[in-house]
Design a protein around this ligand. Structure first.
Ligand code: GMT
Length: 383
């Protein structure tokens, strides 16, 4: 129960399709539901953020494309907007998702404001800022600097915490706060969605959702699907947060035409999640994999590669099946096992749903952020 003064939290994230933006939007919604104010500061309104909800505000960052610059700059206008919003509404905390360039902009915004009125800076790392950019000599030192200057740093998995400590030489404390997902009710009946996708009575619906970046290994996904027997036992539905056209050649080459169904830029994700039987995720690395959690919330167990933070989300053999990285045969056999045994699939799905509730629901996770905000506001951060 919240009894302390409501907080004013500035939130900056990448607003386009991606787990970090989804998480940040959901966090803002949950904070507002608990009586706090969530002020989103970004170049675009996050795509899953509801319109007109009390306690949620959006402050756009305007970027001018000056001919003077070869590359347009976002960090400076973002930091100016952060400082402006902090001053105008009296933000307690700037909670930035992704270090680049959000943490750098927040640290700069804080230094533009008078000592006593500047907000605290909380930085949440989601993945590529550590695993990719952290290793880049052109970014690493700036990321480390922003993390060292934040009032608190969190990662979405133990795996990402270890990676951050190893690759960015960060010596300060890092707190792990796992992701959460709070599903909205589906808008259409399960049968209607399956009919729309052309899933037959005797076919299992295997679901993959991602932004199709190279590390998602769509090649491994399609190769694995091509090895599933019997072929008529499933359809692979891909919810693509990007253009799928470059993969259509592989779909044909592997004889998967008609067996792979693609939907791009879907916003009614729950409609598809409730219709799915099995998730399939083949990434090279994943700090958490929010899509697996989204499926778990609908009692859908996943087959996934045993990489990064995924074993923190899925207990293999209990709430899903994990397979060594890039093992297309292993992935196919695991999917076959779940297709052939609906009772096993349902039991795993129910355990997945229970785990999602107990470990990764808003109720389990949001109070941890609120407690962290209060701790840094009281000056007892983690610096
Ligand atoms: O995975 C992506 O390509 C998108 C990226 C993002 O910006 O949202 O995802 C990262 O953050 C998600 C939310 O915390 C995690 O669930 C994903 O595992 C993480 N991606 C990687 O680590 C590759």
């Amino acid at each position: 129960m919240e009894s302390l003064r409501p907080l004013k939290i500035g939130i900056t994230c990448y607003p386009s399709v991606g787990g970090s933006g989804i998480l940040a939007s959901a966090l803002g919604e949950e904070l507002a539901r608990r009586g706090h104010e969530a002020h989103f500061i970004s170049y675009e309104r996050p795509f899953r953020l509801p319109w007109g909800a009390p306690g949620i505000f959006f402050h756009p960052v305007v970027i001018n494309d000056y001919g003077l610059f070869k590359y347009p700059d976002y960090t400076l206008p973002l930091s100016v907007k952060m400082a402006e919003v902090s001053r105008d509404v009296g933000l307690d905390v700037l909670h930035v998702h992704y270090a680049v360039p959000h943490a750098t902009a927040a640290v700069l915004a804080r230094s533009m404001l008078p000592e006593g009125s500047a907000p605290r800076v909380v930085t949440t790392l989601h993945g590529t800022d550590t695993t990719l950019l952290g290793r880049d000599a052109g970014y690493g030192p700036a990321i480390t600097h922003a993390l060292e200057r934040s009032d608190a740093v969190t990662t979405v998995s133990e795996f990402l915490k270890r990676e951050t400590q190893a690759h960015l030489s960060v010596r300060r404390p890092i707190e792990v706060i796992h992701n959460f997902f709070e599903p909205r009710p589906a808008k259409r009946p399960r049968e209607a969605v399956r009919a729309e996708l052309g899933i037959g009575e005797r076919e299992a619906m295997v679901l993959h959702a991602s932004n199709l970046r190279p590390l998602k290994r769509i090649d491994v996904l399609l190769e694995s699907a091509a090895r599933i027997r019997p072929r008529e036992s499933f359809k692979l539905v891909i919810l693509a947060g990007g253009d799928f056209t470059p993969f259509m050649g592989d779909v044909e080459r592997l004889g998967l035409s008609g067996r792979v169904i693609v939907r791009e830029q879907i916003s009614e994700i729950e409609d598809y999640l409730q219709a799915a039987d099995i998730g399939l995720f083949t990434s090279d690395v994943e700090s958490f994999c929010l899509s697996i959690l989204e499926a778990m919330c609908f009692g859908c167990p996943s087959v996934a590669t045993e990489v990064g933070g995924i074993p923190e989300v899925v207990e293999s053999g209990v709430s899903g099946l994990l397979v060594p990285h890039a093992d297309t045969d292993g992935l196919a056999r695991a999917v076959e096992k779940l297709i052939a045994d609906p009772a096993l699939r349902r039991a795993m799905g129910e355990r997945a749903r229970a785990r999602a509730r107990s470990h990764f629901s808003a109720e389990a996770i949001v109070p941890r952020y609120v407690e962290l905000y209060r701790r840094v506001c009281a000056g007892a951060g983690m610096r």
